[in-house]
Design a protein around this ligand. Structure first.
Ligand SMILES: C[S@@+](CC[C@H](N)C(=O)[O-])C[C@H]1O[C@@H](n2cnc3c(N)ncnc32)[C@H](O)[C@@H]1O
Length: 200
């Protein structure tokens, strides 16, 4: 997977490649899909949600330019795969998931795999996780129709947010917080599940 899907498409960051080698994707997919765990595509994880394509996980992690001491906020825990990749690189990962069964199963998985540097919160990612802000990086793995300002406020100066934005047509943005505001770069067209709102 790493050689054929990541290195061949230009992923070069050694920390990212090493994390992608180390985290076993078959431990994050439903048991009936284990045979497809290393395929070049997203896979269903139940509740109409997906585990992202390995290349997209690696790409988003690489463009976030992470450093070992960083604290990262992830929105959309899902299976926990992206959070585990982040946890191999940085000191602390805070991950917010809106669907309770996914939050609960991801938390169990982190415990059983020994990821004690990942914290999961059941809640609406549009609110971020204020308590531990600011974050050096924010990775959003569901697509909001427009950039959630509240999330950007939780980014440290110099911090990077990587997020898909859009409804039918989505693009991946890299947003960097500067002293004076935010710089936005459009990276590539993507297709993520929608980032939904809490009922209340
Ligand atoms: C593509 S999946 C995430 C994949 C996940 N990062 C992984 O590695 O398996 C998107 C996730 O975002 C969650 N989600 C959607 N809207 C959300 C919101 N407002 N706040 C938090 N999570 C949300 C979905 O329930 C789903 O689990």
């Amino acid at each position: 997977m790493v050689k054929e899907q990541l290195e061949s498409r230009g992923i070069r960051d050694e920390a990212v490649l090493s994390a992608m080698r180390k985290v076993e994707r078959h431990l994050f997919v439903p048991s009936d899909l284990v045979d497809f765990a290393y395929a070049d595509r997203p896979l269903p994880i139940g509740h109409d949600q997906t585990i992202s394509q390995p290349y997209i996980v690696a790409y988003m992690t690489e463009v976030a330019k992470l450093k070992p001491g960083d604290r990262v906020l992830e929105i959309g825990t899902g299976s926990g795969y992206q959070a585990a990749v982040l946890a191999e690189i940085v000191s602390k990962v805070y991950s917010v998931e809106i669907l309770e069964p996914l939050a609960v199963s991801a938390e169990k998985r982190f415990k059983s795999l020994g990821y004690d540097n990942v914290c999961v919160k059941l809640g609406d990612g549009y609110k971020g996780w204020e308590e531990f802000a600011p974050y050096e990086a924010i990775i959003v793995t569901a697509a909001p129709p427009k950039i959630p300002e509240k999330l950007l406020e939780q980014l440290a100066i110099g911090g990077r947010a990587v997020m898909p934005v859009g409804s039918i047509y989505q693009e991946l943005y890299l947003i960097t917080r500067t002293e004076g505001g935010y710089n936005r770069e459009t990276l590539l067209p993507v297709r993520f599940v929608p980032m939904v709102h809490d009922k209340d």
